[in-house]
Design a binder for this molecule. Structure first.
Ligand SMILES: Nc1ncnc2c1ncn2[C@@H]1O[C@H](COP(=O)(O)OP(=O)(O)OP(=O)(O)O)[C@@H](O)[C@H]1O
Ligand SMILES: [Mg+2]
Length: 399
């Protein structure tokens, strides 16, 4: 509604409410103009019905701020029934009661309605955002007798706005991370080459005892392994930052899962974590993007390893379960780690949500996984029990 439209609507509303609140002088005026009382009452009922059923929240308070009327739109928006709310002070429902009192004061000194963003609290405690217009009601002597509030629910827009801010933050972070990843990739390649060459030299070196040779070879292999890990992480970041379109290739999911486990095997061994394979028989062939799926499995396994370590039992188990229907492949990754409570579980796919201490987690792993699985046409869900463990289920179309 444009401001002119809104204004005339508000004028009509004032008239209707004054009639409803016993504005005798107005009734007389109408009669004088030749309107029958029947017409007026009909118009009044009609307007009252419109107000009652409006999707906007509309309330009326007396001059002290006590609610005298509250429509169905309000019941829906705030979760209270009329009986629960009428007779109580409006400010009890405001997220910022001081701000509301200031706005009410403004509406009395300014002739026009005050329109601004304001949040009231839902019965369950969370804020509901509105665009709020307050109209001061005056009697025939020009004395304030109450306030009418028209509140248009803008929670959806607020959420969109918050998401946009987050996406913006992510894009910025993506740019920074991509820059760092790019810078790291070249030295990592050099380190990897040098370590490979070092291992060859150590193998052939004369004058080295067997023990020393083995020790040196192990050190170089560790460097190669860890560099490979770092390069894979930098590639993940670059892939996400570029948001590359998935490629489609025939892959055996069982093979890919085993490769991912092999990639993380030093960490699994160190933390005494057993991998239990519960694979569907034979191969499980998918037409999908192996690199992106590998990222998903690495992220899920890394989280599982962390959760098992956090539980502090000194050892644990990760189960990899696969099955296939006519259309989809299903992969389940279950761990015997800490598990999560419902509050945490509800937020795990939110960007930057992490319960890990600074430096240990960025809260990007699962949103990246979720994004990849969605791009591959699949879906990803999570079941978790605090103290018992967590299962992530991924379903991906076979073709
Ligand atoms: N297997 C799991 N067991 C228990 N909690 C988990 C598990 N996987 C994820 N979580 C919870 O979900 C949160 C978000 O996970 P996510 O992978 O997105 O970020 P992160 O692991 O905290 O950081 P990052 O992956 O960016 O290093 C974790 O901080 C943790 O609280
Ligand atoms: Mg993670």
């Amino acid at each position: 509604m444009g401001s002119a439209g809104r204004k005339s609507f508000i004028e009509r509303l004032k008239t209707a409410l004054l009639l409803g609140m016993g504005g005798r002088s107005r009734r007389r005026k109408y009669r004088e103009k030749g309107r029958t009382e029947f017409d007026i009452l009909r118009a009044h009922d009609f307007l009252r019905s419109v107000l009652q059923h409006s999707h906007d929240m509309i309330f009326v308070t007396d001059v002290h701020g006590f609610l005298v009327s509250f429509n169905k739109g309000g019941e829906q928006a705030l979760g209270y029934t009329q009986e629960e709310i009428v007779g109580r002070l409006l400010k009890e429902f405001a997220q910022d009661s001081q701000e509301l009192l200031r706005l009410l004061e403004d509406s009395r000194t300014q002739s026009s309605a005050v329109g601004m963003d304001f949040s009231f609290l839902h019965k369950e405690g969370y804020p509901v955002y509105f665009n709020l217009s307050l109209i001061d009601l005056k009697n025939a002597d020009g004395k304030s007798i109450g306030t009418v509030g028209i509140c248009h629910d803008i929670t959806r827009w607020k959420k969109l706005e918050e998401n946009l801010i987050r996406v913006d933050r992510l894009a910025e972070m993506g740019r920074i991370a991509a820059g760092v990843a790019h810078e790291l990739n070249n030295p990592l390649a050099v380190i990897s080459e040098a370590a490979g060459w070092g291992a060859v030299v150590a193998k052939d070196a004369k004058g080295l005892g067997n023990e020393d040779r083995e020790e040196l070879e192990k050190v170089f292999n560790d460097v190669i392994e860890q560099t490979r890990r770092c390069r894979s992480r930098t590639k993940q970041v670059l892939g996400f930052a570029r948001d590359s379109e998935p490629t489609k290739k025939e892959i055996d999911i069982h093979e890919l899962l085993k490769e991912t486990v092999a990639f993380l095997s030093p960490e699994l061994k160190y933390k005494q974590i057993d991998i239990l394979y519960q694979f569907a028989e034979g191969q499980l062939i998918l037409k999908s993007d192996p690199k992106q799926l590998e990222q998903v499995f690495v992220n899920l396994l890394t989280n599982a390893i962390y959760a098992i370590k956090e539980k502090g039992e000194g050892k644990g188990q990760i189960t990899l379960h696969t099955s296939a229907s006519d259309t989809d492949a299903e992969i389940r990754v279950s761990d015997t780690g800490t598990g999560m409570n419902e509050e945490v579980r509800a937020k795990i796919f939110d960007l930057f949500f992490t319960t890990k201490p600074t430096g240990k987690g960025t809260g990007l792993g699962l949103p990246i996984c979720h994004n990849i699985v969605k791009k591959l046409g699949g879906e990803m869900t999570c079941d978790s029990r605090l103290g018992e463990g967590t299962t992530f289920t991924i379903r991906i179309p076979l073709a």
